[in-house]
Design a protein around this ligand. Structure first.
Ligand code: PXP
Length: 236
């Protein structure tokens, strides 16, 4: 199974000071050199972390695949059509949210999403729809002309007990099978971490997992000791 790594939180840290570091492009190079199969970044309308310029730079340096998470607002579609990432993953977006909260309601917004898929595909970009693992949304996704879906694993990740977790795994499994039966290609992600990833990576039919927060969080602790030692050496 392939791994796409979301590097938004490198930019979140940069924006905490509004300066130049840490640089998301540098993160992308390390992520790729460490075996990731795709770089994922979310260009939010408020550009609170990743900015237009990051996406243009990432497009220049990414050697694997650049997967741009985005809403379907005209301004963002215009940027995507210029940058031409390898893939665009369409997500719902609310300004107040801390992170993407739910899947796209494709069933309710089918025509708008179909138009967005058409524009992006017309610009040579593969399109994926981030949706909850339910048949109604999968059927609607197929009707938009998108060839990929990314199943939202947030409910699984937030399960409160084993029974709930088992139910979520069953739902994900049947969603994968249903989507494959319709000829869709299937990715999954959101909320996956070092403790919960194995039950999702064990599901046949999912091609790629997109993981961000857990990997960037782990990187902080994996590197903190070294960072302190380097500073201590410099000042002693
Ligand atoms: N997939 C999608 C569509 C997302 O919006 C996000 C969060 O940006 C992720 C995957 C990664 O989620 P997490 O940061 O919880 O691993």
């Amino acid at each position: 199974m392939r791994l796409g790594v979301n590097i938004d939180h490198i930019a979140t840290l940069r924006e905490a000071r509004g300066g130049l570091e840490p640089e998301p492009v540098f993160a992308a190079l390390i992520v790729e050199a460490s075996g990731a199969d795709a770089i994922v970044a979310h260009l939010r309308e408020d550009q609170r972390h990743i900015k237009d310029k990051d996406i243009f730079l990432l497009k220049e340096v990414v050697n694997t695949r650049l997967n741009l998470e985005m809403s379907i607002t005209p301004a963002i579609i215009r940027v995507a059509a210029k940058v031409k990432p390898d893939q665009a993953t369409l997500v719902p977006e609310r300004r107040q949210e801390l992170t993407t909260e739910g899947g796209l309601d494709v069933a309710q917004n089918q025509e708008k999403i179909r138009q967005a898929v058409k524009k992006l595909e017309g610009a040579g970009i593969e399109v994926s729809l981030f949706i909850d693992p339910v048949k109604k949304q999968i059927r609607a996704a197929k009707k938009t002309g998108a060839r990929f879906i990314e199943l939202h694993t947030g409910a699984y990740a937030n399960a409160k007990n084993k029974a709930e977790e088992n139910k979520c795994v069953r739902e994900l499994k049947s969603a994968v099978n249903f989507a494959k039966g319709l000829g869709l290609r299937v990715f999954a992600g959101h909320g996956l971490n070092y403790n919960n990833v194995s039950r999702v990576s064990a599901l046949a039919g999912i091609e790629e997992l997109n993981i961000g927060h857990a990997i960037i969080s782990r990187a902080v602790f994996a590197g903190l000791g070294r960072a302190v030692r380097e500073m201590k050496d410099l000042i002693k």
